[in-house]
Design a protein around this ligand. Sequence first.
Ligand code: NCD
Length: 467
Amino acid sequence: MNLANRNLVTIDDLSNSEIEALFSLADEMANSPNEQAGLCQGKIMASLFFEPSTRTRLSFEAGMLRLGGRVITAVDIGASSLAKGESLADMARVVGSYANIIVTRHPWEGAAKVVADYAGVPVINAGDGSHEHPTQTLCDLYTIRKERRTLKGLRIALWGDLKHGRTIHSLIYALARFGATILFRPGPGLEMPEHVLRRLSTEYKGELKRYEAVNQEVEEGLFPIDAIYMTPSSPHQLAMLPDVSLQVELKAGVDALYVTRLQKERYAPTVEAQELKKGYPVVDKKLLKGKEFKKTLVMHPLPRVDELTHEVDADPRSMYFKQAAYGMPVRMALIALLLGAKEITIPEKDDSFALKPDYPVYKRDSGVKCPNINCVSNQETEARYIKPEFKIVSREPLTLRCVYCDHELHPRYVASSDWHEGRLENKRYHSADSHFARKIKPENLIIFASENEAQTQQFKPSSYVRQ
Ligand code: NCD
């Protein structure tokens, strides 16, 4: 099978079997890194890194050089034409005419999708704001696979800034797909975003259970977690173990502890940010003495700050430098595949847990915007050409998911473009939760940001508008 010309914007762009095959190729690259120089000769990779990076950029660039290709780099928005107000789309088109493959990192969520939509060459997302960082996830999974052979049934704890950690968001979807049990240990106020949780329980078939974290700590003397997610290796596990499930899970031991730093660049330096820092959980020698961590792999995407003490480095359970080193063979394999320099064989049957539902898409000029101010679709330079676009992920309640950043919104007013007998006096809008609104076919649905918006477009309230 050929992955040539594909993009990697979200971890869901690769199936489980494709990831497994990529790992076999990464093994080949790791075993003979000096013998790959013929693979990408004559090819150019553009690395566009508009946020700080050491490991990701350098492992991509070193990987491309080892594959015999060459690299061009832009690392500073201020030194690129983006600073003059150029759009990402224009930049992508231009760079796509110079390079055979693009790796990009940008602070806006959804930026990598825009680059991929316009570049005309394969695009790899090396981090877009708080959204996703799929190649870090490949390194993380590769590390766990190397140490534990499988991901299925493992108990993996995600630690720290679950709200803004893009490595966390890509990793969680992949872990769910590979059948891991996920334990959540957020810093206070840094819980997993609702849209991520919703997607976990609707698209990956698993079961999510929330806990009162603070009580758990007091009662059990165990490290407090605020939620647990189980993939469906045996259905309804949590339902069958209502209150004891947490203790059972923790006592059986944690296979990997995935620590992340407070993503301080995503906050304004306010008093609130100071508070977040103060309450941030730390992984140190003392914590790792706990029984449940006896055989735990201690992981971190790096860079670390204060959340993982240096005393842990000498502990054989620490994996983070290995994890970073694996970045090169994993990224070499990815570049070689997307450039069509290597092919992979994958089994017919792919046992991904993702349902990949085919949601209807909503794309109209009716005033609805993504609620995420950091979404690429809300930026001045990009809003000139990007039309907000959403997947209609639920009708009850009406839920739209932004195709760029995955944030969700619940609009309150809708209409049908197919109004009764085409007569203007029948141009009515309705409450989105009315039974009439739910009957409107997706292709006819018009969604309003507010009642005012509906009235500006000459719609009148129907009797299905709740006051
Ligand atoms: C991560 C990132 O950039 O999201 N770093 C990395 O690529 N290894 C994690 C982080 O910055 O905290």
